[in-house]
Design a protein around this ligand. Structure first.
Ligand code: MG
Length: 349
């Protein structure tokens, strides 16, 4: 088993082990004296894993209940959160009870937000079951929902009490979810670890998935510990995301996965910075080859001009600027503020 300690305002541990899902109750019991545990899951994940989690919680003395919502990003709304609150209320959840988020990014973000706000905050546990949530969204304490106007516009920083990562759950995922997660994995290599990037080039990610999860989560932990509230350094996790979000937005969120959009965003941006002499030669080509190797989208129908225009509404903009993350080379990046007015000129569109 691999363990990662996170020293945020509220410290917690992340455990990575095959089969750990069946031991949920033991790990949750270690961190809480709660009577009740509410499992929150979606209609794809609950039929496969909820029973295992529930049994393990019961064996460790918890009274359990299960809240299941229909799978899909369209459900990541306040209306689903209200249903969750009602479920908590009907099952007598108190301030000392605990929420168990079982599923991918949407489940973790929503269960976390419900936990952050119900009775002004109760504890929660993350059991991420997709590659994207295992390497990225389950760590760092960002929770929230979408509004019709944009993704993740409402939310809270709320750290989990423990994160249980079971790589076995990846075996049951459709292939599209693997490439979704790989977008973030490649991002971690680009911003902080040329060794990780090289391993992705020379080995097969699926064969070394536990090492990959460990590496990505360690990088995220380091960044989040430095900047829990996302006011500085944490922005580097956004590499590829400014263009990526624009591509998702232009496509109406259904045509491409988040990870694939991030991959294309990283590629497009790095081609430009390389041309400008900011990034070492051949970097964009290496990113391209890696995206190709893992069967990810390599281009978008939207023009750079359309993408640049769509980035103006990006949540990560601070006033007149947008923070872009540029690579110096694979494994090294920096934050570059670009004035919104000057963006068309900078990108030559
Ligand atoms: Mg992301």
């Amino acid at each position: 088993m691999k363990t990662i300690e996170v020293k945020t305002g509220k410290p917690y541990n992340i455990y990575i082990e095959r089969g750990i899902i069946s031991q949920t109750g033991k790990y949750v019991r270690n961190i809480t004296g709660a009577i009740r545990a509410v499992i929150v899951s979606d209609s794809n994940v609950a039929p496969i894993y909820a029973e295992r989690v529930e049994n393990s919680l019961k064996e460790n003395g918890f009274e359990t209940s299960l809240f299941v919502f229909e799978a899909g990003e369209e459900r990541k709304r306040l209306s689903t959160i209200e249903q969750m609150y009602m479920h908590f209320y009907e099952h007598n959840v108190t301030r000392t009870d605990i929420v168990v988020a079982l599923g991918g990014g949407v489940t973790g973000d929503m269960a976390g937000f419900a936990a952050a706000s119900y009775l002004r905050g109760i504890e929660f546990v993350q059991i991420p079951t997709s590659l994207l949530s295992q390497v990225d969204s389950s760590v760092g304490g960002k929770t929230g929902v979408d509004l019709p106007s944009g993704k993740n516009l409402v939310g809270a920083f709320w750290q989990p009490s423990v994160v249980l990562i079971d790589p076995d759950t990846l075996d049951t995922l459709p292939k599209k979810f693997f490439s979704d997660g790989m977008g973030e994995v490649i991002k971690y290599g680009c911003i902080r670890s040329s060794e990780l990037f090289k391993r992705l080039e020379t080995e097969n990610a699926a064969d070394i998935i536990e090492d990959i999860i460990y590496e990505c989560v360690s990088i995220k932990r380091d960044v989040v510990e430095q900047d829990e509230r996302d006011t500085g350094e944490r922005a580097i996790l956004n590499f590829g995301h400014t263009f990526g979000h624009a591509i998702e937005k232009l496509g109406g969120y259904n045509s491409i996965t988040h990870g694939e959009a991030v991959g294309i965003g990283a590629l497009m941006l790095t081609r430009i910075t390389e041309e400008k002499g900011i990034t070492t030669n051949n970097t964009a080509q290496r990113i391209y080859r890696l995206l190709d190797k893992y069967g990810m989208a390599l281009s978008t129908d939207f023009s750079l001009k359309e993408i640049v225009k769509a980035t103006r509404g990006d949540k990560k903009s601070s006033g007149k600027h947008i923070n872009f993350i540029f690579l110096k080379e694979i494994g090294k990046c920096f934050i570059q503020k670009i004035n919104i007015e000057e963006m068309p000129e900078f990108f030559g569109v």
